[in-house]
Design a protein around this ligand. Structure first.
Ligand SMILES: Nc1ncnc2c1ncn2[C@@H]1O[C@H](COP(=O)(O)OP(=O)(O)OP(=O)(O)O)[C@@H](O)[C@H]1O
Ligand SMILES: [Mg+2]
Length: 319
């Protein structure tokens, strides 16, 4: 990671509210506040881990950056240039999806699936050159050329995810958004896929936004980690600092919930208790589950500030 460099990606106050109910005139009546003013930078060559419980908005963040959802507010910059997210995706940003079964069209062969992004962007006019690129991508992800004319159902979960990775790499992206790329896979296969992704990162100089729902999974691959809760970032720090010295009460709870091999030394006193509902519109979203809560937390939304090299949104995290 090169933090002296300009950020590759800058996300500024990104907000996405989905309309979940309309009245009889079709006017919005209820919203899901999936993303509420999320800001972060990703530097060239780094992996930023994005973690949080189910429903906290991780996929929404990834899909909005990809241009698959139009943001309600906020901006995304790639190398300092603002992306027009209403116009769809940028070829420089690609995504690897959680479910390698659902994300591949079952009627297309592996070669067609990998060539599809190349065709969409009209990269090769020459069929032989396109084929060569497909073979190169197959080699890159550890699949054989003989497998090119087979269909996705003939492959195992890990192999299908390799196909998904080859597709994501086809256009030489700068940023790859990995949305829980290993959580649907057999535990025995997960390390292989993570190793493949780390190798590709080094070889191709890739930058990753790596989404996961628990901190244990991304400990070894993330340079920095952002912890999200109900559509907001609670804490963002170098992975090493975050795991050794979490500052936000929510990060502490998440870390305490990581199962440790010896059950006797498991410390779940601080496990998150209470319902996952937003306390107030103005306050800290974590207030009603937080062991450190004070009145102010219900009334005033904590802004992200820098404490001991961490970025933290908490009134109770002192200097
Ligand atoms: N297309 C949509 N329409 C309406 N609401 C949505 C839509 N997509 C997501 N949401 C809501 O937005 C919130 C965030 O969802 P999101 O899928 O981004 O969470 P997540 O962190 O990826 O969860 P998971 O770990 O389960 O994948 C949830 O409350 C969800 O119900
Ligand atoms: Mg998700």
């Amino acid at each position: 990671m090169n933090k002296a460099a300009e950020p590759l990606l800058s996300v500024k106050k990104l907000t996405k509210h989905f309309v979940t109910k309309t009245d009889f005139l079709g006017r919005p009546k209820e919203y899901a506040y999936a993303l509420n003013g999320v800001s972060f930078d990703i530097y060239p060559g780094e992996t930023l881990g994005l973690v949080g419980e189910s429903g906290c908005g991780k996929t929404t963040a990834g899909r909005t950056i990809m241009g698959l959802y139009t943001p309600t507010a906020g901006q995304v910059f790639l190398k300092g240039r603002q992306l027009d997210l209403s116009k769809g995706s940028s070829r420089h940003i690609q995504m690897i999806f959680q479910d390698p079964y659902a994300s591949l069209n079952p009627r297309m062969t592996v070669a067609e699936l990998i060539a599809e992004p190349l065709r969409i962007y009209n990269i090769y006019q020459d069929k032989a050159k396109e084929n060569n690129r497909v073979y190169e991508l197959l080699d890159m992800v550890g699949l054989s050329r003989e497998q090119a004319n087979r269909f996705p159902h003939e492959f195992s979960g890990g192999q299908r995810q390799r196909i998904g990775i080859a597709r994501a790499m086809a256009l030489n992206p700068e940023l790859v958004i990995c949305d829980e790329p290993i959580s649907a896979l057999d535990v025995s296969i997960q390390a292989q896929i993570v190793n493949l992704m780390s190798r590709l990162q080094k070889e191709l100089g890739l930058t990753y936004l790596f989404i996961a729902h628990d901190l244990a999974m991304i400990k070894y691959i993330s340079h920095r980690v952002a912890v999200m809760y109900m559509g907001e970032i609670m804490e963002l720090a170098e992975a090493e600092f975050l795991y050794a010295n979490p500052l936000h009460p929510y990060t502490k709870s998440l870390l305490a919930a990581i199962p440790v091999p010896d059950p006797d030394i498991r410390t779940d006193i601080s496990l998150v208790k209470g319902e996952v509902t937003k306390a107030t519109a103005n306050g800290c979203p974590f207030a009603n589950r937080c062991p450190k809560v004070i009145d102010r937390c219900y009334n005033e939304r904590p802004e992200i500030r820098e404490i001991k090299g961490h970025q933290v949104a908490c009134h109770m995290c002192g200097d």
